[in-house]
Design a protein around this ligand. Structure first.
Ligand SMILES: Nc1ncnc2c1ncn2[C@@H]1O[C@H](COP(=O)(O)OP(=O)(O)OP(=O)(O)O)[C@@H](O)[C@H]1O
Length: 633
């Protein structure tokens, strides 16, 4: 007897591990937008400040006019109190430094001292009121910017979101929202500094014309330094946009409860931590590389400013020592120089901050314009109800950046009451076809029409009012069960319709068992939330589409996670309600296509076969081959 052939030994030796690959290098700079700093000169940057101020004022004015008026009055009060304070100081000094009895001199100086006290108090009150006004504007300003950004992204054409660089632009725009937290505060402090500086300079010029130019020379280098500093900082930010976008995305995935199992059971934790750290360190490296440059800017500008400041004090000492100004005037000049110096420093700091903010606001404004240009610019016709017929004529659609079209010349007509099944191998264009049928994408070539009218001429909101879609990757909204079904569009019949939709997908019992019934929050990661199983979530996604009772119902792999009972229930329901609507079912479960009146088989973006179940199952083509493979076990 010949020996049994030895079966191959199981491969028990663990393959040698290699170090994980570093995260891909992503660069935003220059490819998708122009760095605004490339050609910006210092003068151009300074010229930008009034427009930033005006932009801030305009944005704030829309939000709270009274608070803006209060802010403006406070700035005026702060400036006036500074001027009054300096003038009164000069008067008080004259008496205090005069000859005579101390009591007499103090008595004479008393009115001026009282004015100083009142001016200081008024200045403080105005400062307090101005931060109150800022507190009234800033939160709403940030909310407005944030909401504008979210709305712009939500309203863009779906196809535009796939454009190269769209996500990076969006990430850059997010920084504009972050900076809107400080823009009013920076603008307020900047204008307060301007007003205070003007008052102090006025007083100083009156005291001696030489003092002001010297003082300006002391602060201008700091101003140039601060703006150059902001420029380097923004350049670093700009270089980091791409990496920050990816990091932010990966952070969401790595820390989401939804992927906990996959990350752990596939041993991915260390890689994710390594990946996150690597990309963070790369961002840090760019930031740190800019630090010596920033240090040089600060040191050089401070040194030049310091030399001029010493010259200012020396000049003042010389004027006093040579008797060119009285000691009382010299004493006032000391206070005025200090005041003007502090105001100028603030002016420089907040001017640079505003300039810095203006760069981020420009990114945000740029993105909002970009998104507005990509908002649906379709016609305004309202589609006639119900949708009786959808027709595709030689429709072609290619994703941005792809060589070949995902749908490459499809002609098709579907009518109300019909169930159309779409099958085909992965990547053959089934989901893209459903996006074209639902007018989520507009055809690059050819035409999709609803009831004879080109979908490009129809108002998208009224059009989508007539459709219901269960996509392949449906959302698991962190909302209550009720809101997950109604998607924020409750009907007059109230919860009855919600329960009916849940019943139709066989989810009623499970929802009744939830602690809060329809009110249960479906988000385990949120306090008080609970979670459904994968199949239950899919049933809920189907319930959403059924609840809409729409003229067009599209189900893309609606039962892939369901048990046989759930799948059967849903297919039965689809058949029951098919009479009043167009139903499109995309599926890889070929047996499920038996419920369809017609089947189309997609291959490389085209319809390869087309007919009833019996016709395609026995046609000897791709469908028959796939069917045979699905039963070959
Ligand atoms: N957002 C996108 N951006 C770029 N290309 C895309 C995008 N979505 C799909 N594609 C490409 O379009 C082609 C068709 O994809 P589609 O999702 O329509 O296929 P499908 O038949 O639904 O596949 P599956 O059975 O895997 O769901 C594929 O080559 C795919 O890579």
């Amino acid at each position: 007897m010949s020996p049994e052939p030895a079966s191959p030994a199981p491969d028990t030796a663990a393959p040698r591990r290699l170090p994980p690959p570093p995260p891909a290098e992503l660069r935003y700079g220059g490819r998708h937008a122009k760095n605004p700093l490339t050609d910006a000169s210092f003068a151009q940057m300074c010229r930008r400040l009034p427009s930033v101020l005006a932009q801030t004022a305009r944005m704030a004015w829309v939000i709270d006019r009274r608070a803006v008026l209060l802010l403006a009055s406070c700035q005026l009060a702060i400036g006036t109190s500074a001027a009054v304070l300096l003038t009164a100081t000069s008067r008080a000094m004259r008496w205090i430094l005069a000859n005579g009895e101390v009591a007499d001199r103090l008595h004479q100086a008393l009115p001026a001292l009282l004015v100083i006290t009142c001016a200081s108090a008024a200045g403080r009150v105005a400062t307090a009121l101005s931060s109150y006004a800022d507190g009234r504007i800033t939160p709403r300003l940030t909310t407005e910017s944030d909401c504008a950004l979210v709305a712009a992204v939500c309203r863009m054409e779906a196809a535009a979101r796939a454009e190269d660089g769209c996500a990076d632009r969006q990430e850059a725009a997010e920084m504009g929202v972050v900076r809107s937290h400080v823009m009013v505060q920076d603008a307020t402090r900047f204008t307060a500094a301007v007003v205070r500086m003007v008052s102090a300079s006025g007083v100083l010029s009156v005291l001696h014309p030489l003092l002001l130019p010297l003082l300006l020379l002391a602060v201008v280098p700091a101003g140039v330094g601060a703006v150059l500093h902001a420029r380097v900082s923004y350049e670093t930010h700009y270089a980091n946009v791409g990496d920050r976008n990816v990091r932010q995305n990966l952070r969401g995935w790595a820390t989401s409860v939804k992927f906990t199992d996959e990350i752990r059971a596939n041993g991915m934790t260390s890689y994710l931590v390594f990946w996150y750290r690597s990309i963070s360190e790369r961002i840090d490296a760019r930031t740190l590389a800019a630090a010596p440059k920033m240090l040089r800017i600060v040191l050089v500008s401070s040194a030049i400013g310091g030399i001029f400041l010493v010259a200012t004090w020396a000049g003042l000492a010389w004027l006093a020592a040579s008797g060119r100004i009285e000691p009382a005037i010299a004493a006032t000049a000391v206070v005025a120089v200090q005041t003007a110096l502090a105001a100028l420093s603030q002016l420089v700091i907040y001017g640079a901050a505003m300039f810095h903010t203006s760069l981020y606001l420009a990114d945000m404004g740029g993105f909002l314009d970009y998104a507005a240009e990509r908002a649906p610019s379709r016609g305004e016709f309202t589609p006639s109800r119900p949708v009786e017929e959808i027709r595709l004529d030689e429709v072609v659609y290619r994703y941005p950046g792809k060589e070949t079209p995902a749908v490459a010349g499809v002609s098709l007509t579907v009518r109300s009451g019909e169930i159309l099944a779409v099958v085909g191998e992965n990547g053959s264009g089934k989901s893209t076809l459903t996006r074209l049928l639902a007018a989520i994408f507009l055809a690059d070539k050819g035409m999709v029409s609803w009831n004879g009218r080109n979908v490009a001429d129809l108002d998208p909101d009224s059009l989508w009012d007539l459709s219901g879609l269960v996509p392949q990757n449906f959302a698991q909204w962190p909302l209550s069960v009720r809101d997950n079904v109604t998607l924020g569009q409750p009907r007059e019949a109230g919860d009855d319709l919600v329960w009916r939709a849940l019943e139709e997908v066989g989810l009623r019992d499970a929802v009744e068992e939830l602690p809060g019934g329809l009110d249960t929050l479906l988000a385990r990661e949120l306090w008080g939330g609970t979670e459904l199983s994968g199949g239950q979530w899919q049933r809920l996604a189907c319930a959403r589409a059924l609840y809409r009772r729409s003229s067009l119902l599209i189900l893309d792999e609606p039962t892939s996670q369901m048990d046989a009972r759930g799948e059967h229930a849903i297919l039965e329901e689809i058949k029951t309600i098919a009479a009043g609507r167009i139903t499109i079912v995309v599926t890889h479960q070929l047996v499920n296509t038996k419920i369809a009146d017609r089947i189309i088989v997609m291959e490389h973006g085209r319809i390869a076969e087309h007919g009833t179940y019996d016709e395609v199952a026995h046609g000897g083509g791709l469908f028959a081959e796939l069917l045979a493979l699905s039963t070959d076990r």
